[in-house]
Design a protein around this ligand. Structure first.
Ligand SMILES: [Zn+2]
Length: 377
C-alpha cells in the first residue's frame, strides 16, 4: 500500500485509520474519540514519531513520514529478507545490519536498506556459522544471529569502516570528486521569500559559485541538476553514488516562523543510535567557515534522517547558509558578493575536511543544543 495524498489535521477516513493503527502499535497512543479522524492526539503522535526518527517535525504525514511509519513496523524475523530490487527497507534490515556489524561482519552503514554490502555480509555470516550461504535471511539465519549477538552496545563495524574510509580520503582537494546538489528545481521553487526570491533559484546560484570555487582549488565538482531540471531525491543520490564522489554538499535555504531569525544550519545523516562520522565532521567545518568567512550566525550542525543523506554512500551535508524567511537575509541573498562569500566558506570547509581538520568546538556553539532544529524542505 502506498500513500495517495498527504494527511494532516482535519483529514478523515481509511488512510487516517491506517496511520493511527501504525502509530498505536509503535507506542504512540491515539485518543479513541479520534478513530478515523486526524485530530490533536493524532498530530501529537505524528510529531513524537517524527522527532524520535529524526525526521522533519511538522505533524504532517507525507510520503517520507509514511514510508518511515511502514519501515518502523518491521521487526527482524517478520519477513524473509534477501537482495532484490527495489531493496528491502525497514527497521528489520537496520537490526540485521547492526547485528552483523557488531559481530565483525561488514554490513556497511546501518541505513535500513538491504543492498549489496549487506548481502555480502549475510553470505559471510552464513559461511562462518555453517549455514547454507544463500543470502536469504529467514528463521534459521535470524536465530543464528540472535544466538551470537553480543550483549550490549559496542563500536559497530560500520563505525570502524567509516573511520577507515575517512583515513583513506585524498589528503587534498586536488582531483577530489565533489557532488554539489542545488535543492528543488523546475516546477518546485522550494521556499518563497516575502519579496519573491525562490529557494530553487538561490540554491542553484550558490551551487554554481561553489562549483567554480571548488574547481579553482583543484577539485572536480559535479552539479546534480541544471536550471531546467528537478530530479527526484532518489535520482540525485543514485547519480552521486554512480559518480563515485567523495563528498556531497546539498544546498538549500532555511525558513523559520520568526521572520527575525537569521543564520546558517547544517545537517548530516543520523538516526537513533547511529550517525555518519564524516558527515558530522564536514557539517561542523561548514558551520565554522560560514561563521568565520561569511559572518553567518551559527545555528548548529545537527543529525537528521533526510532522504538525500540516507541514500548517498559518502559523507554528505545538507547546508542552509541563510534563512529565506527573513526579509533582510533575502535581500543579502540577491547580492552576488554575499553568495560568493558563502560559496567560498563552504569550499574552504571542504578543503579543510580533506586535510583531515576538525572544527574547534568553541566555534560551533549550536552543535550541542537544538536537537529540535530542523531543515526546511
Ligand atoms: Zn529546500
Amino acid at each position: 500500500m502506498s500513500l495517495m495524498q498527504t494527511l494532516s489535521r482535519g483529514d478523515r477516513g481509511g488512510a487516517v485509520l491506517d496511520i493511527q493503527a501504525r502509530l498505536g502499535s509503535l507506542g504512540h497512543p491515539i485518543d479513541p474519540n479520534e478513530h478515523g479522524n486526524f485530530g490533536p492526539s493524532t498530530e501529537v503522535a505524528v510529531r513524537t514519531f517524527q522527532e524520535r526518527r529524526h525526521l522533519i517535525v511538522d505533524g504532517i504525514v507525507d510520503e517520507h513520514t509514511w514510508a518511515e511509519l511502514v519501515e518502523a513496523g518491521y521487526s527482524l524475523g517478520d519477513r524473509v529478507l534477501y537482495l532484490r530490487y527495489p531493496y528491502f527497507r525497514g527497521d528489520d534490515v537496520r537490526d540485521l545490519q547492526a547485528g552483523l556489524n557488531l559481530l565483525g561482519f561488514d554490513a556497511g552503514r546501518e541505513d535500513g536498506i538491504f543492498g549489496g554490502r549487506t548481502d555480502r555480509a549475510v553470505h559471510d555470516f552464513q559461511r562462518n556459522v555453517g549455514l547454507p550461504p544463500d543470502g536469504i535471511v529467514g528463521v534459521t539465519t535470524v536465530e543464528g544471529l540472535r544466538r551470537l549477538r553480543p550483549v550490549g552496545p559496542g563500536p559497530g563495524r560500520a563505525d570502524v569502516r567509516e573511520g577507515e574510509a575517512l583515513r583513506r580520503l585524498s589528503a587534498s582537494l586536488q582531483g577530489a570528486r565533489i557532488a554539489v546538489d542545488a535543492g528543488h528545481g523546475a516546477g518546485d521553487p522550494g521556499f518563497l521569500g516575502a519579496r519573491g526570491l525562490s529557494e530553487a533559484e538561490v540554491a542553484l546560484q550558490i551551487a554554481e559559485d561553489l562549483a567554480v570555487e571548488l574547481e579553482s582549488r583543484g577539485a572536480v565538482p559535479f552539479l546534480l541538476r541544471t536550471p531546467s531540471e528537478n530530479p527526484s531525491t532518489g535520482d540525485r543520490a543514485a547519480r552521486a553514488n554512480e559518480l563515485g564522489v567523495e563528498v556531497l554538499v546539498a544546498l538549500h535555504l532555511g525558513s523559520d516562523e520568526d521572520p527575525a531569525a537569521a543564520g546558517a544550519s547544517s545537517f548530516y545523516y543520523g538516526r537513533e543510535g547511529w550517525h555518519s562520522q564524516g558527515g558530522k565532521r564536514l557539517a561542523e567545518l561548514i558551520q565554522h567557515e560560514l561563521a568565520e568567512v561569511a559572518g553567518r550566525p551559527d545555528r548548529g550542525a545537527h543529525p537528521k534522517a533526510l532522504p538525500i543523506l540516507r541514500e548517498t554512500q559518502m559523507p554528505a551535508v545538507h547546508v542552509e547558509p541563510s534563512l529565506l524567511s527573513n526579509p533582510e537575509e533575502e535581500g543579502r541573498l540577491r547580492e552576488e558578493s554575499f553568495r560568493r562569500s558563502v560559496a567560498r566558506a563552504i569550499a574552504g570547509a571542504v578543503e579543510r575536511f580533506f586535510a583531515g581538520e576538525v572544527a574547534t568546538s568553541d566555534a560551533t556553539p549550536g552543535t550541542e543544543s537544538a536537537e529540535s532544529a530542523q531543515p526546511a524542505r
